[in-house]
Design a binder for this molecule. Structure first.
Ligand code: NAD
Length: 293
């Protein structure tokens, strides 16, 4: 299949590589020339704009940093909607706010284009291994069309409901993740300060009612989980600035729904202070530094 793929960063590039491996023809576009050169070497066709890429695709996939980029890539003069043929499906895998996803889908629909939101979880490791989870907001018919291609980049392809619901699932999950990492950090640092061995404490938590992913898989205390970013100086993993962006999406959506997100707002402020200290590029579990000397 001819696929237009726009946005080839930490996530998009490995996703695109998996589609090339699966035998698709890719028409790629990014602002970064280096990544375009790398994809060209692997057999991708470099396009001059999102418009040109979309004109050649039987499917359009985008993987961009934030809502402003998604708006400009779809709605700009040289954007996807300026080039795409009516009837061609499109899917945006970026993490953005649900309302922008719905607005762009409405603009696409006026041109006879069905657009889905399908944010992912699983990180760069999942993107490389092709084991991502896709949270898809789309009509049942569009979901059916997208499912086989998404399955070449991911393991769990979940239909969440109509367009926008993929983003809702993603931001609610990351709201909880941001909060739970602060909670585990607070408990681990308190235990250490009071004098218990942190391995013993983590073992108790992980077999007791405090157990969660932030504790048993991604513990922020160095050395507790060998494969966690905390055990390699908080490098790699999921950057604190991306977590800050996702908490901002959750608190903004909550404001529109007049729904309190009290712990989310506190967590957001903690990650914001971390970013101000210059630690926004570290893995988000480095939030534990707020509790340690
Ligand atoms: P990234 O910054 O590494 O990549 C974004 C790419 O988009 C870059 O190559 C950039 O040059 C390109 N780009 C920006 N503006 C563009 C434009 N106007 N036209 C064409 N290309 C443009 O980001 P990432 O880590 O790949 O994340 C992408 C999305 O996935 C984000 O919304 C992020 O929140 C989400 N996400 C990331 C992770 C992760 O672990 N990195 C995990 C899950 C979800």
């Amino acid at each position: 299949m001819n696929i237009a793929f726009i946005g080839l960063g930490n996530m998009g590039a490995p996703m695109a590589r998996n589609l090339l491996k699966a035998g698709h023809t890719l028409h790629v576009f990014d602002l970064n020339q280096d990544v375009l050169a790398e994809l060209a070497q692997l057999g991708g066709h470099v396009s001059a704009s999102p418009k040109n890429a979309a004109a050649q695709g039987e499917l359009v996939i985008t993987m961009l940093p934030a809502a402003a980029h998604v708006r400009s890539v779809y709605l700009g003069e040289e954007g996807v909607l300026a080039g795409i043929r009516a009837g061609t499906p499109a899917v945006d895998c970026s993490t953005i706010d649900p309302q922008t996803a719905r607005d762009i889908a409405a603009a696409a629909s006026r041109q006879g284009v069905d657009l889905a939101d399908a944010p992912v979880s699983g990180g760069t490791g999942g993107a490389q291994a092709g084991t991502l989870t896709f949270m898809v907001g789309a009509s049942a018919q569009l979901f059916g069309q997208l499912q086989p291609v998404l399955a070449q980049m991911g393991r769990n392809i979940v239909h969440c409901g109509e367009v926008g619901t993929g983003q809702i699932a993603k931001i609610c999950n990351n709201l909880l993740l941001g909060i739970s990492m602060v909670g585990v950090s607070e408990a681990m640092a308190l235990g250490n300060a009071l004098g218990i061995d942190t391995q013993v404490l983590a073992g108790i938590i992980n077999s007791s009612t405090g157990r969660c992913w932030s504790s048993d898989t991604y513990n922020p205390w160095p050395g507790v989980v060998e494969t966690a970013p905390s055990s390699r100086g908080y490098s790699g993993g999921f950057g604190a600035d991306l977590m800050l962006k996702d908490l901002g999406l959750a608190t903004e959506a909550a404001k529109q729904a007049r729904q309190p997100v009290i712990l989310g707002a506190v967590a957001q402020q903690l990650y914001q202070a971390m970013s101000l200290r210059g630690d926004g590029g570290l893995d988000f579990s480095a939030i534990i530094k707020a509790y340690r000397n």
